[in-house]
Design a protein around this ligand. Structure first.
Ligand code: PGA
Length: 239
């Protein structure tokens, strides 16, 4: 089973997200049972996407963040329970674009992951090293420090996405051997019950060889997921 997560970040419109969700749903119906897709549009569109789609166990809707508290005086924030109420089944946590803005640390992502699981969502937790850490050959050590925050979460209830910060939106990826090694390190700490995805400049030219690695259960895709034709090509490779 491969898992493809389409992270639309702050892109799209009501019309575009709905058209994309319909098209992905149609394409999935024509593909084998070995592929699951999670679409993460901007939060205001979650309910519109959910309401437009038939329930499909292989197409999930996800959010890009949540708050660790259930409710309260947190202006502008959205709780995991609210996301679930709007039809989300997944939530991306600890994305490097949010970490860079100071919005999220590993400790905060851990608290959010617990809240998400309690609300019935599956967290997709992002980890990854910076360019300087990669250049200093500190990837293994940095990842070990990050994933240590997520030990003890219920096995099989979350997904880890290995996303080297320097690869995101950059058109560069680590070598296949480096991706394998990073995934093995993550699994050595967290076990193998949770899928581990690769993310960072995934496209139709590199997805096949990345998914060919036995340690990789799928991909978190930003830019290359924004057009339906591109997404279909990625789905065909993964299926
Ligand atoms: P990218 O983004 O595929 O555009 O590099 C991936 C991500 O940020 O999750």
């Amino acid at each position: 089973m491969s898992l493809l997560v389409a992270n639309w970040k702050m892109h799209g419109s009501r019309a575009r997200v709905r058209a994309f969700a319909y098209a992905v749903n149609d394409s999935l119906a024509r593909m084998g049972a070995g592929l699951e897709v999670v679409f993460c549009p901007p939060a205001p569109y979650l309910a519109a996407v959910r309401e437009a789609l038939p329930q499909n166990a292989r197409l999930g809707i996800g959010a890009q963040n949540c708050h660790a508290e259930r409710e309260g005086a947190f202006t502008g924030e959205i709780s995991a329970a609210m996301l679930a109420d709007c039809g989300a089944r997944h939530v991306i946590l600890g994305h490097s674009e949010r970490r860079r803005l100071g919005f999220e640390t590993c400790a905060e992502a851990r608290a959010k992951a617990e809240a998400a699981i309690a609300a019935g969502l599956r967290p997709i937790i992002c980890v990854g090293e910076s360019m300087a850490e990669y250049d200093a050959r500190r990837t293994g050590e940095v990842l070990a420090g990050q994933v240590a925050h997520f030990t003890g979460l219920p096995a099989g209830k979350y997904v880890i996405a290995y996303e080297p910060v320097w690869a995101i939106g950059a058109g560069k990826t680590p070598t296949l051997a480096e991706i394998s090694a990073a995934h093995r390190g993550i699994k050595s700490t967290l076990g193998s019950a949770n899928p581990v995805l690769y993310g960072g400049s995934v496209n139709a030219g590199n997805l096949r060889e990345i998914l060919g690695l036995s340690e990789v259960q799928g991909a978190l895709i930003g830019g290359a997921s924004l057009e339906i034709d591109g997404m279909r090509a990625l789905m065909e490779i993964a299926a």
